[in-house]
Design a protein around this ligand. Structure first.
Ligand SMILES: *Cc1c(COP(=O)(O)O)cnc(C)c1O
Length: 420
């Protein structure tokens, strides 16, 4: 089948993500999607192990999301949120408030995960300014963490992954330390906090799974430690659930497993079931109340043009309908059990350092991957879409993936890693 014209004329004009454009292999041309399948322009059909960067939790083109999206598109695709509200945004806000633990009740909409984290950072800093707590402007984050690609969010990413050395002059400098995962690291963490708390407004962490930083897991106990020490030293706790939110770790939110309530939570990725960009920063009542004042400077001065886009909010509402009407979390448990069974044999393959599974996330960590791009091409030859990065081969499939499709993915990983 011949390469389409639009591919030949258009490709030289796009700049691809995380790519050295001089050497990047030609990207695949996608034509259509359904369920856990991606059809390419050349007619091949790939089984999807990534769910569109962890977003398409119900599979692609779910009929319920499609119907709600079409209805909203006909009625009102967009209207500004400055001075105006609408049913999809308000319904979604009250549903998120009801689903989230504690008094996480105040929803600020944005249009990407990075910007949701930017807003969380601005909230945490201005919270101190509004309360007259001068000098508490720093964020405390963790090695292995990932919170976005904008300058403020890069500063709270892992220093190496976040390329801090390249952007040192323009990026704010924050504290990045090790997670308190055992007695020694907890003691070190508390000592750091005790010394610097007067300059810190908030701790920010991805709960249970540090995703883009290397799919690194920690236990719910780590989150309880962070909550306890944040309270002890009067520091806020921000949970970035952009990856983990909406079932990915086995519960609706990762923080549910720890039984803790963060002061601010960020959501995006699976919020619209992978249909369209939308993000939310949700604050507890005491954060929100610190912005209530007669002083105009105490207001949160932020407002993305497309915030609370009605079409996106309608998709998010449809996605939440599906969590209520279809057995999503049971499906996550089934995916988890199958991933455990089927990835475990990889442990004995040459070059495999670790195999780990949490919820609908399966990880095979290797000593090293010489070329993630070449490995990706091998998976494509096997008829699966899997995108290794650094030394990690992972699966984050749709929760609705069939048993057959899932074993196609894990079978491809076993075959490719065993070199056959
Ligand atoms: C993907 C991700 C982000 C950034 O979201 P974008 O929509 O890509 O800006 C932030 N935090 C976490 C934990 C993520 O996984």
């Amino acid at each position: 089948m011949s390469t389409p014209d639009w591919y030949i004329t258009g490709l030289p004009h796009v700049w691809l993500p995380y790519s050295q454009m001089k050497t990047a292999p030609a990207p695949l041309a996608a034509r259509s999607t359904r369920g856990s399948l991606i059809e390419l322009e050349d007619g091949r059909v790939l089984t999807d192990g990534v769910a569109a960067w962890w977003t398409a939790c119900h599979g692609y083109n779910h009929p319920h999301i499609r119907a709600c999206a079409a209805e909203q598109l006909m009625r009102m695709p967009h209207v500004m949120f400055g001075g105006m509200v609408h049913e999809p945004a308000l319904k979604l806000a009250s549903r998120l408030a009801a689903l989230l633990p504690g008094d996480l009740d105040h929803v600020f909409y944005t249009d990407s995960g990075s910007v949701a984290v930017e807003v969380a950072i601005k909230m945490a800093v201005q919270y101190r300014i509004n309360r007259g707590e001068a000098g508490r402007v720093k964020l405390l984050s963790f090695r292995g963490g990932y919170h976005g690609d904008t300058l403020a969010t890069m500063a709270v990413c892992d220093p190496e992954e976040g390329m801090h050395h390249l952007f040192a002059g323009v990026m704010p400098s924050q504290y990045v330390v090790g997670l308190p995962v055992d007695e020694a690291s907890t003691a070190a963490f508390e000592a750091f906090l005790a010394e610097h708390a007067a300059t810190i407004t908030a701790i920010i962490v991805e709960p249970l799974i540090q995703g883009a930083g290397g799919m690194i897991f920690h236990s719910p106990g780590v989150l309880r430690t962070l909550r306890r020490l944040a309270d002890k030293y009067g520091v806020l706790l921000i949970l970035d659930e952009i990856f983990t939110g909406f079932g990915r770790t086995g519960t609706m939110f990762a923080c549910d497993q720890a039984g803790i309530v963060p002061d601010i939570i960020t959501l995006s990725k699976a919020l619209t079931g992978g249909t369209v960009a939308l993000a939310a920063t949700v604050a507890r009542r005491h954060i929100y109340e610190a912005f209530l004042s007669d002083d105009p400077e105490h207001a949160l001065m932020h407002g993305p043009t497309f915030m609370a886009n009605p079409f996106a909010c309608a998709c998010a509402n449809a996605s939440l309908d599906l969590f209520a009407t279809e057995p999503r979390l049971e499906q996550v448990a089934a995916v988890e059990a199958a991933l455990r069974d089927q990835l475990e044999p990889c442990r004995t393959l040459p070059g495999v350092r670790d195999v780990r599974v949490m919820g609908a996330t399966g990880v095979v960590e290797l000593d090293r991957i010489a070329s993630p791009e070449a490995l990706r091409a091998r998976f494509t030859e096997e008829g699966v879409w899997i995108r290794p990065f650094r030394n990690i081969v992972y699966l984050t499939p749709a929760f609705t993936i069939t048993a057959d499709e899932l074993s196609r993915l894990t079978g491809a990983i076993r075959r490719v890693l065993s070199g056959s």
